[in-house]
Write a protein of this length. Structure first.
Length: 347
């Protein structure tokens, strides 16, 4: 079900955005005997917006671009994009629900994403979501999303109810991703450190998200994830968050402390250059630093579209960074093709 015209679209029209989100127009009615308090619902807001309600409170106000494929596609050329990878708004990953309830919600979301992909005529591709609080259910839903719905992989949170993604307990899930050739995109979710911030709730996105993504990526290094799963394609949002600042300390600690050398089976810096990262850092010097740190082959366009806090000129920002033509092309579309396995479906 992975259409070959996706390759043609990204070459003809521009870059590939690997970080954008979907919220459905409405959430499904709960099927069960006891409605979970975290089950989301929609409330009408002004104009074309709606309030996402969780536990009786407004979690976020979103526009119809979250579900309206036509409006989404109208915005892509202005951002220099020809292909966009869509995934659920992270708060919908539902790890805190009972696993059966979460599976019910995520099946609905996965089918909504597949329907948007089908409607787009090859301009959208999708990542699903799985109930990682139950590995057996998660693997079954992953198989359904990839094999039946034709999605290209899965979005996961930076932690699973506090469990780091590098934890050995999650290895069966990553083994399934590897076996299915499914890409994994790690997004910040319910980050640590909120109690240390002073200011409004928006600081969660601005300051706490990068910290949690950095810790998630570091856990994948210290947990030797890609040494166990060498064919796993895993990407980290927000430029890997704080990882670029943590990595020199981790590398030096690996050289100094015998305990770190024993538990981390290969150089942290070398492991980090096997992950993928998006370019969503809002700063060209930082982008150049990430290319120096992680390699020009590992960065891909990310926007966080259609939320208000998104990069509206991602391709222009790469052009402004002064990269040579080959590096710019890698960042704009070639790396994403490799990450998503698109080059293997070319006509």
């Amino acid at each position: 079900m992975r259409a070959n015209n996706q390759i043609q679209a990204c070459h003809q029209c521009g870059g590939i955005d690997v970080h954008s989100h979907v919220v459905p127009e409405n959430f499904p009615a709960y099927v069960g005997s006891r409605l979970p308090p975290e089950w989301p619902s929609m409330a009408v807001a002004e104009s074309c917006h709606r309030h996402v309600m969780i536990s009786g409170k407004v979690y976020r106000t979103v526009s119809d671009k979250c579900w309206d494929v036509t409006k989404r596609l109208e915005d892509l050329p202005g951002m220099g994009l020809g292909l966009q990878l869509i995934s659920p708004m992270p708060e919908l990953l539902s790890y805190w629900m009972g696993s059966a309830d979460a599976q019910q919600m995520l099946r609905f979301l996965n089918e909504q994403i597949a329907a948007m992909v089908a409607e787009s005529g090859g301009s959208l591709i999708g990542l699903g979501a799985v109930p990682l609080q139950d590995l057996d259910l998660a693997i079954r839903e992953l198989e359904y999303a990839v094999r039946t719905l034709g999605l290209h992989g899965v979005e996961i949170g930076s932690n699973i109810n506090g469990m780091p993604i590098g934890a050995p307990a999650l290895d069966p899930f990553f083994a399934a991703c590897e076996a299915l050739d499914a890409a994994v995109f790690v997004h910040a979710l319910r980050p640590a450190g909120m109690d240390r911030l002073v200011g409004p709730a928006a600081l969660q996105q601005v300051l706490a998200y990068p910290g949690d993504v950095g810790l998630a990526a570091a856990s994948a290094i210290t947990g030797n994830l890609l040494l166990r799963r060498p064919n796993l394609r895993i990407a980290f949002s927000h430029g890997g968050g704080t990882l670029a600042s943590l990595l020199p300390r981790l590398q030096e600690g690996w050289a100094v402390f015998p305990g770190l050398r024993e538990c981390i089976a290969a150089s942290p810096a070398e492991q980090a250059r096997r992950f993928f990262y998006d370019t969503l850092v809002f700063d060209t010097p930082t982008l150049r630093h990430l290319v120096d740190m992680f390699g020009a082959s590992q960065l891909m366009v990310g926007t966080d579209y259609p939320f208000n806090f998104h990069d509206r000129t991602p391709v222009e920002r790469i052009a402004a960074a002064g990269f040579d033509a080959d590096t710019a092309a890698a960042l704009i579309h070639r790396n994403a093709q490799r990450y998503l396995g698109l080059e293997r479906t070319a006509p």
